[in-house]
Design a protein around this ligand. Sequence first.
Ligand SMILES: Cc1ncc(COP(=O)(O)O)c(C=O)c1O
Length: 393
Amino acid sequence: MTNTHTYNLNREIKALDVSKIRQFDDQVSAFEPLIRLTLGQPDFPTPQHVKDAAKRAIDSNFSFYTSTAGDIKLREAASKFVETKYNLKYNPQTEVIATVGATEALATSLFTILNPGDYVLIPSPFFSLYDSLVKMSQAIPVYVDTSESDFLITSDMVDKTIQRLDKIPKAIILNYPNNPTGVTWTKDDVINLAQTLSTYPDMLAISDEIYSELVYDQTHISLGEHLRSQTIVINGLSKSHAMTGWRLGLIFAPESLTTELLKTHQALVTSASSITQYAGIEALTHGIDDALPMKQAYKKRRDTVVRALRKLDLDTTEPTGAFYVFASLPEDISITSYDFCYEFAKQYKVAMIPGDAFGDAGEGYFRISYASSLEDIEIAMDRLTQYVNDLRG
Ligand SMILES: Cc1ncc(COP(=O)(O)O)c(C=O)c1O
């Protein structure tokens, strides 16, 4: 039966777009069988010892709510993990929260700090969740186009953007290694930006470091190390331990912020899943280097993609982390990102995401996720070569 009722719903929600990544994925489903280089999730299984831990948790009836911030053993393991890996010092009793994926960590953070009308700086192109959460909070996203600066926001860009606003933004959302561009920051980049942000002491930095274990050829430097009092560090196990479906994220923030974040987290989800937390303890203690073999495989795939793109003369900033390559459309062909990707999927059965799914600054680019088998990637790059050569005539 058709439902003709008109619902008087929340304005911000009604105005939100469904993720363009999902939309595109649905649209090209008609062209199955496809090689999908679209997904932002590891193609590896969760490590066996982590799965075994979850089974033990079920069998030993670890089935109750944990404390709101998460089981203390998990918080201790998380705190030790980020100290060992990134030199971060967060008290597990008062400065760590286990969340339902990095997604809930981001929602909790933004809902806790934003009031309607607040500005939030978002370097663009960006992961679209940021935009949705800011708008849901009735705050105002201020996009900073990074396409002319190798997709890295610089101190100068922060200063100039703030100068043209009528008030200091409440927050900036940073993400490195970055989705969709695969770029990450050097130690100097992080220190410079921390220095600039410290001159705006009322502004918070939400630093989404979910890909921190997937940095190639350099060390991940957390903003939490250099701007502790103003930073909420977001991390989680989705990418490092191939656990996207388990839904385990982490927040690290100074105690006075964590106390407030906990109120939002409690209202949204009570606590993260107990079984998942138990698995997380295993991952963050006995599996601290579980990402390494995956990283080696990703790196090989990255090199294959970048080599093919360079041969085609498609401009790409060297991806130094995560599992994405963000490439320019062929400059000699006039086509939108959407049409380029749509036609490629239709004619050559390979799906990649049009750059405009990551904000206006992404138009003119396409994102390749190389979280797929090397074999599929090689086939996809051969087809891309044919496609671009065909377009060029
Ligand atoms: C930059 C970034 N942040 C956060 C997330 C969400 O992570 P989770 O699956 O832990 O919620 C993703 C997922 O793709 C991401 O790419």
